[in-house]
Write a protein that binds this ligand. Sequence first.
Ligand SMILES: *Cc1c(COP(=O)(O)O)cnc(C)c1O
Length: 454
Amino acid sequence: MRKDPVPELLARATEALEAEFAALPGFEAEPGPGTGELAAVLKETARRLGENYPYFHPLYAGQMLKPPHPVARAAYALAMKINPNNHALDGGRASSAMEVEAVKEIAAMFGWKEFLGHLTSSGTFANLEALWMAGQLTPGRRIVGSEQAHYTHQRISGVLKLEFAGVAADERGRMNLNALEGELRKGDVGAVVATLGTTAMGAVDPLEEILTLKEKYGFRVHVDAAYGGYFGLIAQELDEPARRAYAAIGRADSIVIDPHKHGLQPYGCGCVLFRDPAEGRFYKHDSPYTYFTSKELHLGEISLECSRAGAAAVALWATQRLLPLVPGGNFAQGLAKGRRAAAELDRRLRGDARFDALAGGGPELDIVVWALHAADLRKASEQSRSVFDACARRGLHLALVQLPRSWLGPRDGAKNEEGTVTYLRSVLMKPEHEAWTGEIWERLSAATGEVMGG
Ligand SMILES: *Cc1c(COP(=O)(O)O)cnc(C)c1O
């Protein structure tokens, strides 16, 4: 493996940071355990961390896990020397400014210049803020999302005491517009959650059509693009319906995107954006602990969370400085590679009779799901689990997901059976996956041969 560049980069940056505070009188840190003891604990820590799946390696192609960029790791660790808190300017003066700049760059990706937004600890918390805002603006009205929306929307709605309704998804995992309109006709929907990049399969809800329904029925549109938000940068490489959805994203009322999913960041970095800056009025609080050292709305005033990792903002800022969020840039090319890997894996699956691909079509982003072609569906589910295990024994890590059986389409004269099937699932979100598609296929094919015989 190539030598990790981070320790050396970090050592140099640490010297530069220490020089920033060189004017301070020296002081003795409290004596504690010696470096020998620290080294022993860290060695044990490394051993424990070895118990993980190799998330950073292209043969890990299971869940949504992507290593942070080296610049993000180095910047995050560098910021730990300071450990800033972006709750208030007092606690995170420099890192708050960096957060404002980084968030502006994300908003610009959606075409927003005037907006309200900040980083959060996660996509879940970002969605909570967006649905909380919906509840403030349309109190007592229902939240509607598709059955394939992230499971936390229902839970968040419960926390906020807002009723949530899940509407059916089509055979490609996208929100069914007729089902949505059925809910809208009841006249009590306050907000619709449109997911651009569902967690299970990267499906892109028909946002443009949802926005057209908004004109007729009047409701807020919240876009959950926690996973798929960055794919607008490579919209020209997506299929037509997804491309149209991304073209409409700037017309949403709020957007959530997770830099810690596809934005090369360590965990602890979500982001919520509101199109109307005036919605900041709902965040007002009068904490006696928060010192107002600035006349501008500071980040603690527009966030439901109090302490937030300044280091997360620093890492994001540094990453976007190195890899700007622009079409055609290095970052966008990385997304395109994963997307091509998914298309290629899907193509191979469709050409092999041992597998059943989704009848509705191939992946919209970089997530592939497929089933084993077995005599009956219980058997197909069992075999998915067996292939999953057989792949793991070959060092290839995939994931499993329960999805409607009907999405496989009519097979072998069987009727449209109800219920779900266990599908195999692969999230090909690392740029390296493109070069590894052949190797992944070989291992999958061998594992399948072992399970199915032949
Ligand atoms: C991952 C994900 C979330 C939840 O985000 P966390 O950062 O894991 O809390 C919400 N929505 C979608 C579509 C996601 O993929």
